[in-house]
Design a protein around this ligand. Structure first.
Ligand SMILES: Cc1ncc(C[n+]2csc(CCOP(=O)(O)OP(=O)(O)O)c2C)c(N)n1
Ligand code: SF4
Length: 285
């Protein structure tokens, strides 16, 4: 069956063997299996190799500045609550340049899905360390190896009570696709950190490395238990995969906006009322 998101024969700028291809395929199949129409979706990204992903799906997209996918996605969802909004980019883009937006998006809880291609390196700019690079990782810039503690996106998200927090490996296609689908269906902010090998600039965290160093949370694991989720997010000897934390109890950002209290019409469909604006400005004089 043809996928409505297919672009046909196009040039894709990623290196042969890059993990981004697998993620692109998983996202396309998730969207078509959920029967989300391309016209009801918008993909938002920043800058980087992963951030090119919206160019390769036949849908709406907004390609912003480096690190600015999340505030743009939050604004788009607030103006068009009926759209499915996915913010998708690399670990550098979301956790490094966009780190402050990441924190405040967790606090706001817009109903968006945040897919982060985590290759533990800056791919586009040819292999500098990223916030998730492992200690000791050597690059042409970090010649003695990374000495900083890696950023732990899952622990930060759980600490800030994000309602859906998961980690997957792109090499495990079926399990990963099911988790992406659950994240898209989840009402509220959903983080899926996706392990993705960069075959050109990360020769340490390879397909084999991710296979050998990850395992799935056991079936008896309860994602409603926040303390357990936090503990599991801190594990680093072997890295757990799966849905770490999930709850439905926080209202979404857009549902709390006063603009929707009496009128549910999306802001994007309302006509500007300049008389009201004038009244408002006059009332502040
Ligand atoms: C403000 C700003 N700083 C730095 C850059 C240079 N730059 C472009 S992409 C990138 C890193 C992208 O890394 P990541 O988000 O991990 O994506 P990847 O390319 O690995 O998929 C950097 C530092 C930029 N474009 N803008
Ligand atoms: S540099 Fe790395 S992340 Fe970028 S396309 Fe090549 S393999 Fe993929």
């Amino acid at each position: 069956m043809s996928n409505p998101y297919d672009m046909g024969a196009i040039d894709i700028a990623w290196c042969p063997g890059c993990g981004n291809y697998g993620i692109l395929n998983m996202v396309k199949s998730s969207l078509s299996e959920l029967e989300i129409k391309p016209e009801e979706l918008i993909m938002v990204s920043g800058i980087g190799q992963a951030a090119k992903i919206p160019h390769y799906l036949k849908t709406n997209f907004f390609n912003g500045l480096h690190g600015r996918a999340l505030p743009a996605a939050t604004g788009i969802k607030a103006a068009n609550p009926g759209l499915t909004v996915i913010a998708e980019s690399g670990d550098g883009d979301m956790y490094g340049e966009g780190g402050n937006h990441f924190i405040h998006t967790l606090r706001r809880n817009p109903d968006i899905t945040n897919l982060v291609h985590n290759n533990m390196v800056y791919g586009l700019t040819k292999g500098q360390a990223s916030p998730t690079s492992q200690p000791g990782f050597k690059t042409p810039v970090q010649v003695e190896g990374v000495s900083e503690e890696p950023f732990n996106p899952l622990a930060v998200a759980i600490a800030l009570d994000a309602p859906f927090v998961a980690r997957i490996f792109m090499g495990d296609k079926e399990q990963s696709k099911e988790i992406i689908k659950q994240a898209i269906k989840h009402q509220g902010y959903a983080l899926v950190d996706i392990f993705q090998p960069c075959v050109s600039f990360n020769k340490v965290n390879t397909y084999q490395w991710f296979k050998e160093n990850t395992y799935y949370l056991e079936e008896s694991y309860d994602p409603a238990d926040r303390q357990a989720a936090f503990q599991r997010a801190l594990e680093s000897e072997k890295i757990p995969l799966g849905i770490f934390y999930r709850h439905e109890s926080r209202p979404t950002f857009e549902s709390t906006l006063s603009a929707y209290r009496e009128d549910k019409t999306p802001l994007s469909r309302r006509k500007a009322d300049f008389n009201k604006l004038e009244e408002l400005l006059d009332s502040k004089k």
